[in-house]
Design a protein around this ligand. Structure first.
Ligand SMILES: [Mg+2]
Length: 183
């Protein structure tokens, strides 16, 4: 991981914002969105270092009819408002499809990561993917990208499960930024 990354592609729920306590864990309105600790200051530090920040997020709630595309856009506007201009996400990628849909974007498929890299002219060496779940890790692996774990806010996975993947694991985003981007 001693590379000069140009961009980070983050998972959203459980990585940047708190997992919703609603059924299914879906954030279904902007008022239900809260940032996790260290996220704002860590993303600001990364932007200060010149990195571009992106999100790839599974939003099956759209396929289930629980959320519209327009409402998701409002939620992402709220996320960027909470982050502030100097820590904002540069672009969002989401998969709205149901589990059995034959899409290319459902995690752990790498479609969202490939779309992001293509649209922003990123090479695999330029990108670090950060997430809290195993499907995030496997999506990054399927795209042949470096990956780092931060713990899920609800303790969905054990540290042993994270360690078994061989991917680096950080206590939180503050820890990750300090160790990977310390210069
Ligand atoms: Mg997550």
């Amino acid at each position: 991981m001693n590379k000069t990354y140009k961009a980070i592609i983050f998972d959203r729920d459980g990585t940047l914002n708190a997992t919703s306590r609603s059924e299914g864990g879906y954030v279904l309105c902007a008022d239900d969105l809260t940032l996790l600790p260290f996220v704002q200051e860590s993303l600001k530090k990364l932007k200060d270092k010149g990195l571009k920040l992106y999100v790839f997020t599974q939003q099956r709630c759209i396929g289930k009819g629980l959320l519209t595309e327009e409402e998701l856009t409002e939620i992402h506007k709220k996320l960027n408002a909470l982050l502030g201009e100097n820590a904002a996400i540069d672009a969002f990628y989401h998969c709205p499809h149901l589990v059995d849909a034959e899409c290319a974007c459902s995690k752990p498929k790498p479609g969202m990561l490939f779309d992001c890299m293509k649209e922003h002219n990123l090479n695999p060496d330029d990108v670090l993917v950060v997430g809290d779940s195993l499907r995030d890790f496997y999506a990054a692996q399927n795209a042949q990208l470096d990956f780092a774990f931060v713990p899920n806010d609800l303790g969905k996975h054990t540290s042993e499960e994270y360690a078994a993947t061989g991917a680096p694991y950080f206590q939180n985003l503050h820890d990750l930024v300090n160790k990977v981007f310390k210069k």
